[in-house]
Ligand binder design. Structure first.
Ligand code: T4K
Length: 370
Protein backbone atom coordinates (compact mmCIF):
# COMPACT_ATOMS: atom_id res chain seq x y z
CA UNK A 1 0.00 0.00 0.00
CA UNK A 2 1.54 3.30 -1.04
CA UNK A 3 -1.01 5.81 0.20
CA UNK A 4 -1.48 6.51 3.90
CA UNK A 5 -4.91 5.62 5.23
CA UNK A 6 -6.10 7.64 8.21
CA UNK A 7 -8.79 6.75 10.74
CA UNK A 8 -11.14 9.05 8.88
CA UNK A 9 -11.36 11.36 5.91
CA UNK A 10 -14.01 14.03 5.45
CA UNK A 11 -16.63 13.47 2.78
CA UNK A 12 -16.39 16.52 0.50
CA UNK A 13 -18.96 17.24 -2.20
CA UNK A 14 -17.74 18.36 -5.64
CA UNK A 15 -16.16 21.81 -5.24
CA UNK A 16 -18.22 23.33 -8.06
CA UNK A 17 -21.40 22.59 -6.11
CA UNK A 18 -20.20 24.91 -3.34
CA UNK A 19 -19.55 27.91 -5.62
CA UNK A 20 -23.21 29.04 -5.91
CA UNK A 21 -23.43 29.12 -2.10
CA UNK A 22 -20.34 31.34 -1.96
CA UNK A 23 -21.74 33.60 -4.67
CA UNK A 24 -24.87 34.09 -2.62
CA UNK A 25 -22.87 35.02 0.47
CA UNK A 26 -20.75 37.44 -1.57
CA UNK A 27 -23.89 39.02 -3.00
CA UNK A 28 -25.83 39.52 0.23
CA UNK A 29 -22.80 40.27 2.48
CA UNK A 30 -24.31 38.41 5.45
CA UNK A 31 -21.43 36.43 6.92
CA UNK A 32 -22.76 35.44 10.35
CA UNK A 33 -25.19 36.27 13.21
CA UNK A 34 -28.03 33.97 12.23
CA UNK A 35 -28.10 34.69 8.49
CA UNK A 36 -30.19 32.95 5.82
CA UNK A 37 -28.04 29.81 5.46
CA UNK A 38 -27.96 29.43 9.24
CA UNK A 39 -31.77 29.56 9.36
CA UNK A 40 -32.11 27.15 6.44
CA UNK A 41 -29.67 24.63 7.93
CA UNK A 42 -31.46 24.60 11.28
CA UNK A 43 -34.74 23.76 9.57
CA UNK A 44 -33.18 21.26 7.16
CA UNK A 45 -31.47 19.42 10.03
CA UNK A 46 -34.71 19.28 12.08
CA UNK A 47 -36.44 17.72 9.06
CA UNK A 48 -33.62 15.30 8.24
CA UNK A 49 -32.95 14.17 11.81
CA UNK A 50 -36.57 14.13 12.99
CA UNK A 51 -36.15 16.50 15.95
CA UNK A 52 -38.13 19.54 17.10
CA UNK A 53 -35.52 22.30 17.49
CA UNK A 54 -31.85 22.77 16.73
CA UNK A 55 -29.53 25.60 17.62
CA UNK A 56 -26.34 25.63 15.54
CA UNK A 57 -22.97 26.26 17.15
CA UNK A 58 -19.41 27.03 16.16
CA UNK A 59 -18.32 23.60 17.47
CA UNK A 60 -19.50 20.76 19.68
CA UNK A 61 -17.45 21.78 22.71
CA UNK A 62 -18.97 25.27 22.98
CA UNK A 63 -22.38 23.64 22.46
CA UNK A 64 -21.72 21.32 25.45
CA UNK A 65 -20.56 24.25 27.61
CA UNK A 66 -23.68 26.21 26.63
CA UNK A 67 -26.06 23.27 27.15
CA UNK A 68 -24.91 23.07 30.79
CA UNK A 69 -25.42 26.84 31.17
CA UNK A 70 -28.87 26.66 29.60
CA UNK A 71 -30.08 24.15 32.18
CA UNK A 72 -28.33 25.93 35.05
CA UNK A 73 -26.31 22.85 36.00
CA UNK A 74 -24.04 23.24 39.05
CA UNK A 75 -22.33 21.06 41.69
CA UNK A 76 -21.58 17.52 40.47
CA UNK A 77 -22.39 15.80 37.19
CA UNK A 78 -22.13 12.06 36.60
CA UNK A 79 -20.33 11.25 33.37
CA UNK A 80 -18.26 8.65 31.55
CA UNK A 81 -14.46 8.46 31.56
CA UNK A 82 -14.62 6.71 28.18
CA UNK A 83 -15.00 9.62 25.74
CA UNK A 84 -13.17 12.45 24.04
CA UNK A 85 -11.80 14.85 26.62
CA UNK A 86 -14.23 17.64 25.57
CA UNK A 87 -17.06 15.86 27.43
CA UNK A 88 -15.51 16.41 30.86
CA UNK A 89 -13.80 19.68 29.90
CA UNK A 90 -17.24 21.21 29.31
CA UNK A 91 -17.99 20.51 32.98
CA UNK A 92 -14.76 22.09 34.24
CA UNK A 93 -15.39 25.19 32.10
CA UNK A 94 -18.65 25.59 34.06
CA UNK A 95 -17.02 25.04 37.45
CA UNK A 96 -18.81 21.68 37.76
CA UNK A 97 -17.18 18.64 39.38
CA UNK A 98 -17.23 15.55 37.13
CA UNK A 99 -18.00 12.26 38.86
CA UNK A 100 -16.83 9.33 36.74
CA UNK A 101 -18.91 6.17 36.58
CA UNK A 102 -17.86 2.97 34.83
CA UNK A 103 -19.20 1.83 31.48
CA UNK A 104 -21.16 -1.16 30.27
CA UNK A 105 -18.88 -3.93 28.88
CA UNK A 106 -20.94 -4.37 25.69
CA UNK A 107 -21.57 -0.80 24.54
CA UNK A 108 -18.79 0.96 26.51
CA UNK A 109 -21.42 3.59 27.37
CA UNK A 110 -22.26 4.79 30.90
CA UNK A 111 -23.62 1.84 32.90
CA UNK A 112 -26.95 2.79 34.53
CA UNK A 113 -26.51 0.05 37.15
CA UNK A 114 -23.57 1.99 38.58
CA UNK A 115 -25.00 5.51 38.47
CA UNK A 116 -27.12 5.49 41.64
CA UNK A 117 -24.19 4.68 43.92
CA UNK A 118 -22.43 7.83 42.67
CA UNK A 119 -25.31 10.25 43.32
CA UNK A 120 -24.79 12.71 46.20
CA UNK A 121 -26.73 15.75 47.44
CA UNK A 122 -24.60 17.82 45.05
CA UNK A 123 -25.53 15.86 41.91
CA UNK A 124 -27.63 17.86 39.45
CA UNK A 125 -27.28 16.04 36.13
CA UNK A 126 -26.01 13.06 34.15
CA UNK A 127 -23.93 13.55 31.00
CA UNK A 128 -23.72 10.26 29.09
CA UNK A 129 -22.13 9.84 25.64
CA UNK A 130 -23.51 7.77 22.76
CA UNK A 131 -19.96 6.58 22.14
CA UNK A 132 -19.16 5.68 18.49
CA UNK A 133 -22.82 6.49 17.71
CA UNK A 134 -23.91 3.46 19.75
CA UNK A 135 -27.02 4.29 21.76
CA UNK A 136 -26.82 4.48 25.55
CA UNK A 137 -29.29 2.61 27.75
CA UNK A 138 -31.59 5.62 27.50
CA UNK A 139 -34.44 4.06 29.47
CA UNK A 140 -32.20 2.98 32.34
CA UNK A 141 -30.69 6.46 32.51
CA UNK A 142 -34.07 8.23 32.34
CA UNK A 143 -35.45 6.10 35.19
CA UNK A 144 -32.61 7.05 37.52
CA UNK A 145 -32.72 10.71 36.48
CA UNK A 146 -36.47 10.90 37.13
CA UNK A 147 -36.17 9.17 40.49
CA UNK A 148 -33.53 11.65 41.68
CA UNK A 149 -34.72 14.79 39.85
CA UNK A 150 -31.63 15.02 37.66
CA UNK A 151 -31.25 16.57 34.19
CA UNK A 152 -29.80 14.49 31.36
CA UNK A 153 -27.59 16.06 28.71
CA UNK A 154 -26.45 13.60 26.06
CA UNK A 155 -23.10 14.18 24.42
CA UNK A 156 -24.30 12.96 21.02
CA UNK A 157 -21.21 14.17 19.15
CA UNK A 158 -20.99 10.78 17.37
CA UNK A 159 -24.70 10.14 16.92
CA UNK A 160 -25.72 12.13 13.84
CA UNK A 161 -28.62 10.36 12.08
CA UNK A 162 -28.81 7.47 14.56
CA UNK A 163 -32.32 6.17 15.27
CA UNK A 164 -33.94 3.64 17.56
CA UNK A 165 -37.47 2.23 17.57
CA UNK A 166 -38.78 5.61 18.81
CA UNK A 167 -37.06 7.75 16.16
CA UNK A 168 -33.97 9.94 16.51
CA UNK A 169 -31.78 9.12 19.53
CA UNK A 170 -31.33 12.87 19.82
CA UNK A 171 -34.82 13.10 21.31
CA UNK A 172 -33.77 11.34 24.51
CA UNK A 173 -32.77 13.37 27.56
CA UNK A 174 -33.31 17.07 28.24
CA UNK A 175 -30.79 18.19 25.61
CA UNK A 176 -28.49 16.48 23.10
CA UNK A 177 -25.30 17.93 21.68
CA UNK A 178 -23.89 17.19 18.23
CA UNK A 179 -20.46 17.82 16.73
CA UNK A 180 -20.02 18.67 13.05
CA UNK A 181 -16.22 18.58 13.20
CA UNK A 182 -14.28 17.59 10.07
CA UNK A 183 -13.82 14.06 11.46
CA UNK A 184 -17.54 13.45 11.98
CA UNK A 185 -20.13 11.64 9.86
CA UNK A 186 -21.71 15.01 8.95
CA UNK A 187 -19.30 17.94 8.98
CA UNK A 188 -19.41 21.70 8.50
CA UNK A 189 -15.57 21.95 8.76
CA UNK A 190 -16.06 22.96 12.42
CA UNK A 191 -19.53 23.05 13.93
CA UNK A 192 -21.98 21.66 16.41
CA UNK A 193 -25.55 21.94 17.64
CA UNK A 194 -27.86 21.60 20.59
CA UNK A 195 -31.05 19.63 20.00
CA UNK A 196 -33.90 20.60 22.30
CA UNK A 197 -37.56 19.68 22.63
CA UNK A 198 -39.19 23.09 23.17
CA UNK A 199 -39.10 26.46 21.50
CA UNK A 200 -38.69 28.48 24.69
CA UNK A 201 -35.54 26.49 25.51
CA UNK A 202 -34.20 27.04 22.00
CA UNK A 203 -34.73 30.81 22.39
CA UNK A 204 -32.73 30.78 25.63
CA UNK A 205 -29.96 28.77 23.97
CA UNK A 206 -29.93 31.13 20.96
CA UNK A 207 -29.49 34.05 23.34
CA UNK A 208 -26.73 32.31 25.25
CA UNK A 209 -24.73 31.67 22.07
CA UNK A 210 -25.06 35.35 21.10
CA UNK A 211 -23.60 37.05 24.20
CA UNK A 212 -26.99 36.92 25.95
CA UNK A 213 -28.61 39.46 23.57
CA UNK A 214 -32.40 39.45 23.32
CA UNK A 215 -32.56 42.57 21.17
CA UNK A 216 -30.27 45.45 20.23
CA UNK A 217 -30.19 46.89 23.73
CA UNK A 218 -31.05 44.03 26.04
CA UNK A 219 -28.61 41.46 27.44
CA UNK A 220 -30.23 38.91 29.78
CA UNK A 221 -27.39 36.50 30.52
CA UNK A 222 -23.58 36.31 30.42
CA UNK A 223 -23.63 34.56 27.04
CA UNK A 224 -20.77 33.51 24.85
CA UNK A 225 -20.06 33.82 21.13
CA UNK A 226 -20.96 30.32 19.93
CA UNK A 227 -22.51 31.19 16.56
CA UNK A 228 -21.99 29.19 13.38
CA UNK A 229 -20.90 31.33 10.41
CA UNK A 230 -22.75 31.47 7.10
CA UNK A 231 -19.95 29.71 5.26
CA UNK A 232 -20.14 26.71 7.62
CA UNK A 233 -23.94 26.67 7.45
CA UNK A 234 -23.89 26.83 3.63
CA UNK A 235 -21.44 23.92 3.55
CA UNK A 236 -23.76 22.00 5.88
CA UNK A 237 -26.69 22.48 3.51
CA UNK A 238 -24.61 21.09 0.67
CA UNK A 239 -23.33 18.19 2.81
CA UNK A 240 -26.87 17.27 3.69
CA UNK A 241 -27.60 16.62 0.00
CA UNK A 242 -24.89 13.94 -0.01
CA UNK A 243 -25.35 12.49 3.46
CA UNK A 244 -27.41 9.42 2.53
CA UNK A 245 -24.83 8.33 -0.01
CA UNK A 246 -22.06 8.88 2.58
CA UNK A 247 -23.93 6.84 5.21
CA UNK A 248 -24.57 3.94 2.85
CA UNK A 249 -20.88 3.79 1.86
CA UNK A 250 -20.02 3.65 5.58
CA UNK A 251 -22.47 0.77 6.02
CA UNK A 252 -20.72 -1.15 3.22
CA UNK A 253 -17.31 -0.64 4.81
CA UNK A 254 -18.66 -1.70 8.22
CA UNK A 255 -20.21 -4.87 6.77
CA UNK A 256 -17.00 -5.78 4.92
CA UNK A 257 -14.90 -5.42 8.08
CA UNK A 258 -17.33 -7.52 10.12
CA UNK A 259 -17.44 -10.28 7.57
CA UNK A 260 -13.69 -10.47 7.10
CA UNK A 261 -12.71 -10.04 10.74
CA UNK A 262 -15.18 -12.70 11.94
CA UNK A 263 -12.57 -15.43 11.49
CA UNK A 264 -9.64 -13.53 13.03
CA UNK A 265 -9.12 -14.99 16.49
CA UNK A 266 -8.64 -12.46 19.27
CA UNK A 267 -10.29 -9.53 17.49
CA UNK A 268 -13.72 -8.49 18.77
CA UNK A 269 -15.76 -6.00 16.74
CA UNK A 270 -17.89 -3.78 18.95
CA UNK A 271 -21.64 -4.00 18.33
CA UNK A 272 -24.17 -1.24 18.78
CA UNK A 273 -26.60 -0.40 21.54
CA UNK A 274 -29.89 -1.31 19.84
CA UNK A 275 -29.96 1.28 17.05
CA UNK A 276 -32.52 0.64 14.30
CA UNK A 277 -30.58 3.04 12.05
CA UNK A 278 -26.86 3.13 12.86
CA UNK A 279 -24.41 5.65 11.36
CA UNK A 280 -21.15 3.63 11.38
CA UNK A 281 -19.25 6.66 12.64
CA UNK A 282 -16.32 4.55 13.86
CA UNK A 283 -15.12 0.98 13.52
CA UNK A 284 -13.86 0.04 17.00
CA UNK A 285 -12.22 -3.35 17.63
CA UNK A 286 -11.03 -4.81 20.93
CA UNK A 287 -7.69 -6.61 20.73
CA UNK A 288 -8.16 -9.54 23.13
CA UNK A 289 -5.46 -11.34 25.13
CA UNK A 290 -5.61 -14.35 22.76
CA UNK A 291 -4.42 -12.17 19.85
CA UNK A 292 -0.66 -12.71 19.51
CA UNK A 293 0.14 -8.98 19.46
CA UNK A 294 -0.78 -6.40 22.07
CA UNK A 295 -3.10 -3.57 21.00
CA UNK A 296 -0.15 -1.17 20.84
CA UNK A 297 1.93 -3.60 18.79
CA UNK A 298 -0.94 -4.05 16.33
CA UNK A 299 -1.39 -0.27 16.15
CA UNK A 300 2.32 0.06 15.34
CA UNK A 301 2.22 -2.81 12.80
CA UNK A 302 -0.64 -1.14 10.93
CA UNK A 303 1.31 2.12 10.93
CA UNK A 304 4.27 0.38 9.27
CA UNK A 305 1.83 -0.35 6.45
CA UNK A 306 0.62 3.26 6.26
CA UNK A 307 -2.62 2.50 8.12
CA UNK A 308 -3.28 5.04 10.86
CA UNK A 309 -5.89 3.67 13.26
CA UNK A 310 -6.57 5.56 16.48
CA UNK A 311 -6.86 4.44 20.10
CA UNK A 312 -10.14 6.28 20.82
CA UNK A 313 -10.53 6.47 23.84
CA UNK A 314 -7.16 5.87 25.40
CA UNK A 315 -6.06 7.32 27.75
CA UNK A 316 -9.31 7.56 29.65
CA UNK A 317 -10.40 11.12 30.47
CA UNK A 318 -9.99 10.21 34.14
CA UNK A 319 -6.27 9.60 33.52
CA UNK A 320 -5.53 13.15 32.34
CA UNK A 321 -3.83 15.36 34.94
CA UNK A 322 -6.76 17.73 35.53
CA UNK A 323 -9.03 14.76 36.48
CA UNK A 324 -6.63 12.28 38.07
CA UNK A 325 -7.10 13.74 41.56
CA UNK A 326 -10.86 13.19 41.59
CA UNK A 327 -11.83 10.24 43.82
CA UNK A 328 -14.06 8.68 41.14
CA UNK A 329 -11.17 8.77 38.62
CA UNK A 330 -9.32 5.91 40.35
CA UNK A 331 -8.83 2.94 38.01
CA UNK A 332 -10.29 0.57 40.62
CA UNK A 333 -13.56 2.52 40.32
CA UNK A 334 -13.49 2.10 36.53
CA UNK A 335 -12.41 -1.49 35.75
CA UNK A 336 -14.46 -1.92 32.56
CA UNK A 337 -13.40 1.40 31.04
CA UNK A 338 -9.78 0.79 32.04
CA UNK A 339 -9.77 -2.62 30.38
CA UNK A 340 -11.45 -1.29 27.19
CA UNK A 341 -9.01 1.62 26.91
CA UNK A 342 -6.13 -0.91 26.88
CA UNK A 343 -7.72 -3.01 24.12
CA UNK A 344 -9.42 -0.49 21.86
CA UNK A 345 -8.38 0.35 18.34
CA UNK A 346 -10.53 2.28 15.84
CA UNK A 347 -9.90 1.13 12.29
CA UNK A 348 -10.24 3.53 9.33
CA UNK A 349 -13.81 4.06 8.17
CA UNK A 350 -15.05 6.76 5.79
CA UNK A 351 -17.12 6.93 2.60
CA UNK A 352 -14.14 6.98 0.20
CA UNK A 353 -12.49 3.90 1.77
CA UNK A 354 -12.62 1.18 -0.88
CA UNK A 355 -13.43 -2.47 -0.24
CA UNK A 356 -9.96 -3.27 -1.58
CA UNK A 357 -8.45 -1.05 1.13
CA UNK A 358 -10.60 -2.79 3.76
CA UNK A 359 -9.26 -6.15 2.49
CA UNK A 360 -5.70 -4.89 2.76
CA UNK A 361 -6.24 -3.61 6.31
CA UNK A 362 -7.77 -6.94 7.38
CA UNK A 363 -4.91 -8.81 5.70
CA UNK A 364 -2.34 -6.90 7.79
CA UNK A 365 -4.35 -7.72 10.95
CA UNK A 366 -4.77 -11.40 9.99
CA UNK A 367 -1.08 -11.80 9.21
CA UNK A 368 -0.19 -10.18 12.53
CA UNK A 369 -2.50 -12.68 14.23
CA UNK A 370 -1.22 -15.76 12.37
N1 T4K B 1 -17.71 14.96 22.52
C1 T4K B 1 -17.22 13.89 21.90
C2 T4K B 1 -17.68 12.52 22.33
C3 T4K B 1 -16.31 14.04 20.83
O1 T4K B 1 -15.81 12.96 20.21
C4 T4K B 1 -15.93 15.33 20.45
C5 T4K B 1 -14.97 15.52 19.40
C6 T4K B 1 -16.49 16.44 21.12
C7 T4K B 1 -17.38 16.21 22.18
C8 T4K B 1 -16.15 17.84 20.78
O2 T4K B 1 -16.69 18.24 19.53
P1 T4K B 1 -15.90 19.41 18.69
O3 T4K B 1 -15.69 20.57 19.63
O4 T4K B 1 -14.61 18.83 18.17
O5 T4K B 1 -16.89 19.73 17.60
C9 T4K B 1 -10.74 14.48 16.75
C10 T4K B 1 -11.60 15.71 16.63
O6 T4K B 1 -10.84 16.91 16.66
C11 T4K B 1 -12.70 15.81 17.61
O7 T4K B 1 -13.68 16.65 17.03
C12 T4K B 1 -13.34 14.47 17.90
N2 T4K B 1 -14.30 14.53 18.94
C13 T4K B 1 -12.28 13.45 18.27
C14 T4K B 1 -12.86 12.09 18.55
O8 T4K B 1 -11.39 13.32 17.19
P2 T4K B 1 -8.16 14.20 16.98
O9 T4K B 1 -7.17 15.01 17.74
O10 T4K B 1 -8.09 12.74 17.09
O11 T4K B 1 -8.21 14.62 15.45
P3 T4K B 1 -7.08 14.60 14.35
O12 T4K B 1 -6.83 15.99 13.91
O13 T4K B 1 -5.92 13.79 14.80
O14 T4K B 1 -7.82 13.84 13.14
C15 T4K B 1 -7.92 12.43 13.04
C16 T4K B 1 -7.65 12.05 11.59
O15 T4K B 1 -8.67 12.56 10.76
C17 T4K B 1 -6.35 12.58 11.03
O16 T4K B 1 -5.34 11.64 11.23
C18 T4K B 1 -6.64 12.76 9.55
C19 T4K B 1 -8.14 12.96 9.49
N3 T4K B 1 -8.50 14.37 9.26
C20 T4K B 1 -8.59 15.22 10.31
C21 T4K B 1 -8.93 16.54 10.10
C22 T4K B 1 -9.04 17.52 11.26
C23 T4K B 1 -8.72 14.79 7.97
O17 T4K B 1 -8.61 14.00 7.01
N4 T4K B 1 -9.08 16.10 7.76
C24 T4K B 1 -9.20 17.00 8.77
O18 T4K B 1 -9.55 18.17 8.55
O19 T4K B 1 -9.59 14.72 17.50
Amino acid sequence: MNQSIFVTQPHLPPLEEFIPFLEEIWANKILTNGGPFHQQLEQALCDYLGVEHISLFTNGTIALVTALQALGITGEVITTPYSFVATAHSLLWNGIRPVFVDVDPVTLNLDPARIEAAITSETTAIMPVHCYGHRCDVDGIRKIADKHGLKVIYDAAHAFGVKDDRGSVLNHGDLSVLSFHATKVFNTFEGGAIVCPDLEEKRRIDQLKNFGFVDELTVVSPGINGKMSEINAAFGLLQLKHIDEALSRRAEVDAAYREQLATVKGIRCLTGGGESVPNHAYFPILVQPEFPLSRDALYARLKEHGIYGRRYFYPLISDFPMYRGVLSARPENLPVATDAARKILCLPIYPALTLQQVCNIVRVISEAGA
